[in-house]
Design a protein around this ligand. Structure first.
Ligand code: ITT
Ligand code: MG
Length: 206
């Protein structure tokens, strides 16, 4: 039996990263667009709640198990903003460029030591839309926000997110490096551990 799960995301940057993150997995992970799943309203108040909403929605429409990622950037001095609103920070018709500009404006005049921030990633997996025991995990990645963008890789806030341990922004990292250390990479490692502990021997995991 072919083991397939739906990846409940419409974000091209995330989908690209997941295709690399899951490429050694023996389960086929297919984007929700292949099943006609469109975005749903993210009405939760936490990354975890939104990840669950997206996973349940994709599973309901596709009839398959689904995995969702809800992620975002939390800036210390902004009280954790934009947080769960990262994708819509600059309002209606938000783009990565407008979100980044709004963030730079919000941090204008703030010195480097006070520009600490974390990327958060919550992953939620459901076997069916009404799964009462979803697999849920989350991870964080620490950095600080630059005063101007640097780097062309990645997506979203990557050009402003400077990782001190690497001496570069996540948009300056080769794809393979970001995919080894990012919030999403750490989340996937945690998820795979949970998967092995709970799913092995079930129909889905073989
Ligand atoms: O909900 P889906 O369909 O997955 O796509 P989305 O872009 O709306 O995704 P989120 O709701 O999880 O919002 C996450 C936002 O946080 C930012 N973000 C998350 N992970 C990031 C990363 O690895 N690098 C840069 N920005 C990231 C980026 O702006 C995303 O749009
Ligand atoms: Mg979203």
């Amino acid at each position: 039996m072919l083991k397939r799960i739906v990846l409940a995301s419409g974000n091209a940057g995330k989908l690209r990263e997941f295709s690399q993150l899951f490429n050694s997995w023996d389960i086929e992970v297919l984007p929700q667009s292949e099943f006609g799943v469109s975005d749903t309203e993210e009405t939760g108040l936490s990354f975890i709640e939104n990840a669950l909403i997206k996973a349940r929605h994709a599973s309901r429409i596709s009839g398959l198990p689904a995995l969702a990622d809800d992620s975002g950037l939390a800036v210390d001095v902004l009280g954790g903003a934009p947080g769960i609103y990262s994708a819509r920070y600059s309002g209606e018709g938000a783009t990565d460029a407008r979100n980044n500009n709004k963030l730079l404006e919000a941090l204008q005049g703030i010195e480097e030591v006070r520009r600490g921030a974390s990327f958060h990633c919550a992953l939620a997996f459901v076997r069916s839309f009404d799964d009462p025991v979803p697999l849920v995990c989350s991870a964080q990645w620490r950095g600080h926000i630059l005063t101007e963008p640097a780097g062309e890789q990645g997506f979203g806030y990557d050009p402003l997110f400077f990782v001190d341990a690497e001496g570069m922004t996540s948009a300056q990292m080769p794809r393979e490096l970001k995919n080894r250390i990012s919030h999403r990479a750490q989340g996937v490692v945690a998820f795979e551990t949970m998967w092995q502990e709970t799913m092995l021997g079930t129909d889905l995991a073989g």
